[in-house]
Design a protein around this ligand. Sequence first.
Ligand SMILES: [Zn+2]
Length: 480
Amino acid sequence: MEYEPVIGLEVHAHLKTKTKAFCGCPTEFGAQPNTQVCPVCVGMPGVLPVVNKAMVACAIKVGLALECTISATTKFDRKNYFYPDLPKGYQISQYDEPICRGGHITIRNRKIRIHRAHMEEDAGKLVHAGAAGLHGSDYSLVDYNRGGVPLLEIVSEPDIGSPEEARLYLTELRNILRYIDVCDGNLEEGSFRCDANVSIRPVGATKLGTRAEIKNLNSFRAVQRAIQYEIERQTTILDSGKEVVQETRLWNESDGKTHPMRSKEEAHDYRYFPEPDLVPLVIDRTWVTELSKEMPELPEVRRQRYMDNLKLSYDDAFVIVESKEMSDLFDQAVKLGASARDCSNWLIGPTLAYLREEKKEFADLALTPKNLYDLSRAVNDGAVSSTAAKQVLIELLAKKSEVATIIKDLGLAQVSDEGDLRKAVSAVLDANPSQVEEFRQGKTKVRQFFFGEIMKATKGKANPQIINKLLDELLVQAKV
Ligand SMILES: [Zn+2]
């Protein structure tokens, strides 16, 4: 039978606040274990949580960016469960009155609906140490620094139809969170985490199949691979006449499979009840309006502007907008008057290749908008060839400098002096009489050979337009 996958994603995003969700402890990543804790975030008896306004502001901004409905009132609930990284025995979360409902993300003209987004606190982190035993370790240590760090859980509707679409959804969501500056989107540090709900159903069926929830997805590649594996696993089960079990499964990067972790718990297992230590929040509409005025241009709008105003292709616009730093620099260079097409080619081609090779981030580069503008002008004015411009660019990526300085230092200035070039062209024609003879007999292809030889002789610095003009002229003379 033919099946189609139905995929929904749950993203946990760390909100970029200075302090935790319900106490004043710092949230900075990488501190010594258990140095950023207080009685509130480890849940000592008798302490009282206080809502961090910055967390609520971040959540509202996300809601605005995703075009969600921002609730007029919202409340916190206790989600009860036991785990060593949760000393309180419960997590403060939001159950039936989340801050955001509805909304959507558009990817390649397809709308993926958002079901809801709610605020909650993160748990601590277990560090499995030693050599043997469960998880390959003798014992586990617990670091509570992460306990109480504010999270926004963003839940999509099951609108995603393929592993590739899941990757695009995550890329776009992470991008949006970075553009509005509420999350750094760092997967390695766990500040952007994803669980995937995957089921399959016969093509055309409306009823959803039984789903598995996949956890432990640490990269976009892992998300794609795990979903693909899960679709194949469920297809084999259904094809053999058996039924898929509803459960939580763990992705294992090394064997490329998902493994059963536990049967899927239902909401009633958590015994949710309203958090008695926090009053419900009434969201002030004027505050929402103020926050909406702070919203920057979002990725989708920016991409459209690049396509409409700067005539970039969707794919080029997508790649540039994917990095806010790159996109901002591109915008500034174009504003100065640089050619959008040249800048886009330089950024997508040599710059991204350089970043991959050097294992660097865009923010590490020395390149400035002025550099790009100067380089674009140098090419336009014929001061440097477009081939040599790439060499200049590589220098600008690595160290702070000026376009003119690099052109001079590397001796890349384009030769446009007709007198000098005429000598070079004549010399090449004189040195290759048999090819000139071939040309005379109608083998016009040989012209390409002359062009290459002249470029070689001038170390690629000859102005190609003038070379072509001189070749036309001198070859016609040779023909006569
Ligand atoms: Zn604390």
